[in-house]
Design a protein. Sequence first.
Lengths: 614, 314
Amino acid sequence: MNKPLVNVEGLRVEFPSKRGAIAGVQDVSFTIEPGEIVCIVGESGSGKSVSAYTLMQLTKFSGGWVADGRLTLEGGSGNEIDLRTADEARMRTIRGNEIGMIFQEPMTALNPSYTIGWQLAESLQQHRDMSREEAAGRSVELLKQVRIPEPERRLKQYPHELSGGMRQRIVIAMALACEPRLLIADEPTTALDVTVQSEILALIRKLRDETGAAVLLITHDMAVVAQMADRVVVMQNGRVAEDGPVEQVLTDPQHPYTQALLAVVPKLGDMAGKTLPEPMETVATTDCQIDKPLQPGSHVLLDVRHLTKRFPIRGGWLGRTVANAHAVEDVTFRILEKETLSLVGESGSGKSVTGLCILRLERPDCGEITFGGQDLLALSDEDMRLARRDMQMIFQDPYGSLNPHMSLLEQVIEPLKNFGLEAGSALEDRAAELFDRVRLPRAFLRRYPSELSGGQRQRVAIARALAPKPKLIIADEAVSALDVSVQAEVLNLMMELQAEMGISYLFIGHDMAVVERVSHRVAVMYLGRIVETATREQIFASPQHDYTKSLLAAVPTLDLAHRAEKWELATKPPPSPIHPVGYVPEPVHFDKVTEDHFVLRSGVGPAGERKYGP
Amino acid sequence: MADVSNPAIEDAIDPRDERENLHDYLYALWRDKITASAVLFLLALLAFTVGAEFLAPHKPTGLNLADRMLPPFSTGKKGLFYLLGTDELGRDLFTRLIYGARVSVSVGLLGATLSCVFGVIAGLTAGYYGGLYEDLVMRFVDGMLSLPSLLVALFVLFILGGGFANLILVFAVLHWMVFARMSRGLALAARSKTYVVAAKAMGASGRRIVFRHILPNVVAPILVLYTLEIAILILSEASLSFLGFGVQPPDPSWGLMIADGREHIRSAWWLVAFPGLAIFLTALCLNLVASWVRAVTDPAQRWRWFAIGSGGRE
């Protein structure tokens, strides 16, 4: 290795603001050797994406410009390409050709109106002057390379026909199409399920070994770093905090920020032997004040029985129902007062729909929901509206769940107004109180959501949910979109409020390490059914169902010795929850393992896929 | 590339606790020269409309057959100067444009506003509530859209009689459907947004969700349609006035002036060109100003307009 592939020196990128130009990134230097995997890790706003995007001159689309520094790419035959001054025509030959890009969101990175084959062939015909037949042939090769089964058939399919993991593989195949020497992967697995994430990460490593392309991977997740990196660049507030080989950075971090970042990562198994949830470790240790143990009460607050929700799929003439998507199938659980029940599962398992059904934001097809002695499904629409006072919801996406055109004050007092709880100046006092409670400055009440960070927004969402003093909060992936340190703070706040106000939570999530921290009991969902339910301790100590086991096994760890190598794990798509109209699902039978620990007997889950397939 | 901006910009914005004041808005307007000119044009138009009696150089209906069909910038027999020339009866075109603005602009504004209000209410509620109500409203819209509008307008005006008020009423009845269709689509899209679901979870009533939560978020495309509709109405007024059911000559309106000037287009191009230009400029300026207002009132976007430094919107 005589010459690095990419050399970045003293990079400074500026952005406009109300008070003049502001540096988004300053004094950033790093190199990438040929064939090396470099991870840039940092929290949102740390400048990690900006640093990588300047290599492709993509920052200018967001209004930024390179103010200082050198950016060079080794041109293959010893010459150097200056990426800072290269003109647009030159950059077009570099993008896709020399540097390939993998985006975060495989849903939006593919054009929904064209077939996979067309999109793959496009860059081949553009950059490589291939004929249609040659491009088609090469496309098949590429799909084989990213381990997609039945590649010939995939070429004729549209993106929506494929699962998220498959789509991300296609995006990777597109990035590889012109055999780039550098792949930039921006959070390539953040939008994917854990089991799919480990496959994709292993695939990227495998491809690096096969093609020799260097990889610049942007991530917020230390576990991903541990799985992938040869070298790590830790960024904080637009500067490089630490730079070094992965072994050194993970085992012997020098910079306090790196140490803090590693400390807050929740680790699976931390809670072994403890029966009650405990607050997370945070960077600021004074943050959380929970003085009493989180002991649940004995009264049942929410009782859900045989909840079923199917979404009709219409088609053919006159839009008749041709099939049903079985989103939630015969789900039964109960939540005690002051208890946290976690509903875990991957996307499409029906856990969010279950939450929406409880608030009757989706109307269940059948089942019973009793909340505080009240039969929710029997209420009129107006009574249901009033009943929502005692059950609030926090949504996954803090960017989407706040109305962009309403000030935070208006948003926080919204439930108070709707339920007629306060009026006049009492409204503002209460809002200020709530902001104190979630530790946001009162001055923020005049702001709009776009002026806040993700963590701050989620605090607003919590303040809003707390406003009517509810008994139950349904937290639908409430911390999934947040940085780890912020995630810990928000979770601790939720636990603190539980201790103080006696709130019950239905915690919907997919991150097993987080779930282990916060829950009293856990229910695992797969394909619309609960496959296993038990106390937190039992689920993590002795998982019984195959799906629970695979979920736990897929959680990436900081352990460098256990880098995932199972890149051929699940090539077949998960079984479909769509069934013809007259379909009667198998009845649910639970085997009792111990007191409080039940496992679904009938054939659902990875082991029983045959029975559920089309 | 949708997400390229977010991490970067979040870093770059210095979140503010103080809101922009009038001075900030004026400064932002000053830096955006094109929008500033549009605002000036509209202000001038307003001034001329209100103060036509004082500002117009001639009488709008003052015949002067000696000075017929003079081209722009000409001086008549009695030494009168005609900035934009004269028409076939020797009336000053500039004066008639100023007086015509009164009719045209108010017909356009009032007609578009009325139809916008009806249409948006019908469309948003239909899109949000759905079901039978939506079917009824939207089928009614389809039915109305399939009527030949000019014919209906003629028929109704024939029965009710022409004149300013009836004209606006007819326009509202015949033009609200476009707004209804568009806002129904917008409401459908907004209905599944998380903040709307969240509002429902917080106990907001249907009406509150539609007008307090959905409406402010869909104003942008409606504003654009609204400004286009003003221009369309100004032209529709022309055809109706031409057929004798709108504004009655010799009162001027831009549309009527175009209609009258058509006969002489070969010999006197200015008779058509200037009223046409007036309609075009008015619509364009309304459009520019509307899009600027939309941008500076959008909490997520407005920082760009107040940002200082190159690389912003220049």
